[in-house]
Design a binder for this molecule. Structure first.
Ligand SMILES: Cc1cc2nc3c(=O)[nH]c(=O)nc-3n(C[C@H](O)[C@H](O)[C@H](O)COP(=O)(O)O)c2cc1C
Length: 312
């Protein structure tokens, strides 16, 4: 059975430009999860609107994600997504940052299963499509997942994606495999694994630990090696293909950012952000990234990138 791969949502990295370029060049992931949208002073900021416009999301399965503190906020965002004809939504119960959690959103909801229950109850009284949940194992402790799973089991969710860390860990430190194993045994929904799959070896190790899982969400692993989903799916890629595809991918990203950003400087800043992970495709990753971060003109940027591709 071929593994299914989802692209994880990473705010500031897997934006619509990235998702479209990835789909055009590689096209190996089975679904694209859009970084969260949320309300600010009761309206959706433009930067989030751009991310969900249908014309910016032409891939076959795109799942927008809602970050909300309660049923009312959830409903406002859900209505906007319904206007754009999305039939599948995801609820964010994972964001670990205090600015978010202190407002009772993201993983800040995990210690309050009753609040999660209210959001889901509200959604399922008049569902406008299918809903999945992406969560951490807990806000303070991984024990929190037990009560949360009891709530999730009451509703007909499409699936549940678990990144088995607690909020304080942010994105490093041990994944709590016991918490993930608990979910495999107690959750009645389809479970998707997420966290720290950066190589084929990582994937095999997790697959051996959790043989019942057939769908894997990858974030930084794809950003660092866009061809990792090919490897996982057993699709052979020759060195020439790798070179050509990475090159086309980069050119597509640059061209799109030059088109959609206000000016060259902003496009360059976006590309610098992209290289934080993309530089891992190249030898001398640290040195290359340092050079790219320092660059001030598009010409100089072009020179550095050209010589990086010579060394690949
Ligand atoms: C910079 C950054 C931004 C992220 N933004 C989101 C987000 O908007 N929504 C979400 O559910 N997770 C977000 N995540 C978490 C990732 O989706 C994923 O759960 C996490 O990176 C672990 O997976 P990985 O090890 O494959 O990267 C973000 C992570 C990072 C590092």
């Amino acid at each position: 059975m071929e593994a299914k791969i989802y692209m994880a949502p990473l705010q500031g990295f897997t934006d619509y430009v990235y998702r479209a370029a990835y789909a055009k060049v590689f096209n190996t992931v089975d679904a694209y999860f859009v970084p969260y949208i949320s309300l600010k002073n009761n309206v959706i900021p433009n930067k989030y609107v751009r991310e969900i416009l249908p014309e910016n999301n032409e891939q076959s399965r795109v799942v927008p994600q809602i970050l909300a503190k309660d049923a009312a906020e959830f409903e406002s965002l859900e209505n906007v997504l319904a206007e754009h004809n999305y039939s599948e939504l995801n609820l964010n119960l994972g964001c670990p940052y205090p600015m978010v959690t202190n407002r009772g959103k993201g993983s800040g909801l995990l210690p309050f299963p009753d609040e999660i229950d209210k959001i889901l109850e509200h959604f399922y009284t008049q569902p406008k499509g299918e809903l999945s949940v992406k969560l951490r194992a807990g806000y303070k402790t991984a024990d929190e997942i037990k009560d949360v799973i009891n709530v999730l089991n009451q509703f007909p969710l499409k699936e549940v994606i678990l990144h088995a860390r607690v909020a304080g860990q942010l994105y490093s430190g041990e994944i709590d495999e016991n918490a993930f194993a608990y979910a495999t045994q107690n959750l009645k929904h389809k479970l998707v694994y997420n966290g720290d799959i950066f190589s084929m070896e990582d994937f095999i190790a997790k697959q051996n630990k959790f043989p019942g899982i057939d769908t894997w969400m990858l974030g930084r692993g794809i950003l660092m090696n866009p061809l990792l989903p090919h490897e996982i799916k057993g699709i052979q890629v020759s060195p020439q293909e790798r070179f050509d595809w990475l090159n086309t991918f980069h050119q597509t990203m640059l061209k799109s950012y030059l088109e959609v950003m206000d000016n060259e400087g902003n496009a360059l800043n976006k590309m610098k952000q992209f290289w934080i992970y993309f530089s891992w495709c190249f030898p001398n990753q640290r040195k290359l990234l340092k050079h790219i971060k320092k660059v001030k003109s598009l010409n100089k940027y072009g020179e550095i990138v050209k010589s990086a591709f010579y060394e690949i």
